[in-house]
Design a protein around this ligand. Sequence first.
Ligand code: AMP
Ligand code: MG
Length: 347
Amino acid sequence: MQTKLLRPSEDPTAIEQAGELLRAGEVVGIPTETVYGLAADARNPEAVARIFEAKGRPQDNPLIVHIAHLDTVHDIAADFPPAAQALAKAYWPGPLTIILPKQDSIPMVTSGGLNTVGIRFPSHPLAQAIIRAAGVPLAAPSANLSGRPSTTTAQHVMEDLNGKIAAVVDGGACTVGVESTVVSLCGARPRLLRPGGISLEQLRAVLGEVDVDRALRERIDDTEKVSAPGMKYRHYAPKAPVTVVFGSPKASADYIASRLGDKTGVLCFDDCAARFRGQAVVETFGPSADAAEQAREVFDALRRFDTTDCTEIFAQCPPSDGIGLAVSNRIKKAAGFHVIDLTEGEK
Ligand code: AMP
Ligand code: MG
């Protein structure tokens, strides 16, 4: 299959072409504010099956359904409780996915066999325009091969999926850079299943108490049942194994500097790069004091290691407040939760 690169900035028919392909049951890569999505008609089981096939995604890993009008929630969720309405009012359109009980119109293949469904109203104008042009809700996971870092440019999507999908819409680089926050409102208390563009602090400002799923903190065994099935899979990983060194920028840089070998890769803050240049394969992902910039850069930096000959990677990691929680979660997942915690003695 020839994958078309559609460019709305040059071609006024690009959005309509994407909409037509999606209505016809094809899979299209689309820009959103978080990462690129791999979209298909959420109500069409054959179209959704094509997403799983193109990505090589395990069948029990559910997809998020994207909407471009608040009223459509009722076509997808069986219930839209007051807590969900309050979240939608505060953070939609935006990088927040709310898990709710599923309507029958959404097939089980879309929800990974669950009776619940994740819904998101993206803020990216092109994502909204494509959903409206398609005229159907769009199921869309991140547009990467399963296990690889998520994609934040149309070029990344082509790297992973050229020849496997009908088209990619080029909307430039994503402004958030990590995936949406996933919060479940299906249990007794709200539960954060995945940190993302909306912080835990922002969720608590609307909901009060929010539990944090243990999959955020530790590696979950493949055989275990988890609330967010995606959290148990190895994810975001470059080819070389990653070790996270958690501590202040100086302490982690000192530790990494003492362990450099011939083919060591270092994922580090911009302000620490000079320590390693000339001695290691260095990829930077933003200033240590700017977690929002780190979020925009982290997947691109992880991908760049695969074009080098490094055999191991040490990674610095930001503290867990604000969007730093999402950045550190992605880096720890890329490392399979292999973390050296230099702050342990301080606790
Ligand atoms: P991706 O779109 O690739 O970022 O993956 C979406 C992730 O959202 C999944 O891997 C799950 O962890 C989570 N998710 C989506 N739908 C549900 C659901 N119904 N219940 C729990 N988690 C979900
Ligand atoms: Mg993904």
